[in-house]
Write a protein that binds this ligand. Sequence first.
Ligand code: ATP
Ligand code: MG
Length: 484
Amino acid sequence: MKFNFKGIRFSTWLYFLGFSISIMMLLGFLLVVFIKPYYRDDRIRTVDMISGTLESLLMKEDVTRNDIESAARTVIGNNVCAIIYNENGKDIYYPPDSLGQLCMLDKQITVGDLTYTIKDDPRKIIEMIKNENPFSVTLFSEYTGTEMLLYGKQIRTNLANYYLILNTPLEPIESYIDFIMNQYLYIAMIVILIALVVAFFLAKNISQPIVKMKDEANKLAQGNYDAHFETNSFSEINDLASTLDDATEKLSKVNDLRKDLVANVSHDIKTPLTMIKAYAEMIKDISGDDPVKRNEHLDVIIQESDYLDKLVSDMSELSKLQSGVIEINRDNFDLKECADSVILLLSQAIKEKNIDLVLEMDDCIVYADQIKISQVIYNFLSNALKYSDDYARITIRIIDSENNVRLEVSDTGNGIAPEVLPYIWDRYYKVDKNFNRSVNSTGLGLAIAKAILEAHKAHYGVESKLDEGSTFWFELSKDYEEDE
Ligand code: ATP
Ligand code: MG
């Protein structure tokens, strides 16, 4: 497989690595820049501290051997050399130190115009401390090539005056810097190595599910609806996977519908088209000059065209409903008013068949899509009319109960045989296959009603006995918007 330098995996890895290298470089830079000033500050604080320790030693009335040794340890441990003179220039305390050759107390120094060696001629420095107390000066040690701090302070006690002189380097020596830098390099290498490994796994973790998704999406693009998008530990990827799964399911449904539609369309449209063609030819060849016959034949053509029109709109309605393209727009409305408007639409047919329409309807508000529910009632009532004889009775009931509302359309018509009852909600299902087609029966009405009711998550059903009649019903929830 070709390595993808523009892929998420390599980019994540590169960014992470770049990030850790920059952090380490920044740290290194700060170390180099600040090590010297930090060291200098530290030295000055140390000198202050040691001067305090020695001063309190001098102030103490009964100095023990222990006190002297502990003060000496402080001096040694802090890389400082120290000496205390009395007024006469005699050293009364000269603890050992860790500076050794670096100590400037026994080296020739130049302070201002004077050049001397402190240990050989302590009076000069004592004079200087007397003039400026405390006294501090920075000297350059040719011996180490670093700056050295020389600090002096007069300490007055009840008995006498003493002169404390301290000396320490102000810059870290080369070997110390080298040591720190070496440590830093090791740490940087370890950190970058860890970053490399962590970045590798992180990049893999992020990119792997996306690569898998891409493969599945490719399957989908090739029309394979078995594609499944796996979830993993990242919530965004989970969301994407479930969205894609959802899309796959919908696409697959749409695809099934499309196949069905094509199959049914060719079958269902062929018959009326054949009829239209046949009657048109008849008019052309036979009945063209006979106005009565011609009108008869033209009526057939018009009826068949109406049928085609209804078929096409029902099919498209159903396919939209089933593919979820049409949304259910719920609102609160009065179901009784809705039923009344459907009755009005069908009033002509009711009158023509002399139907005895019984209405037992309560006023009640439901929360549903009014237009779609009207379609359901229309289909129930038009079926009841279609499959009832003249002078039959049709009853419409709206029963208001605590949580829901039930609507029933009962007729005393043909009824439906129990063995076919489960199938009447299927698309294109007609009990009597040869039933007069020109009454505009496509066999889609109940399938549309079913799709609408299911989209509402409503209960629905039918009770029917052959030759006694049928009752079609549904139940809608009364929940108001805020409960949704
Ligand atoms: P369309 O509603 O598209 O005009 P249709 O009425 O034939 O056509 P559906 O409403 O889906 O189609 O009904 C399917 C079948 O169920 C009908 O063909 C009919 O055989 C049967 N059916 C529906 N309602 C009744 C009823 N009230 N009494 C007897 N049979 C019925
Ligand atoms: Mg119908």
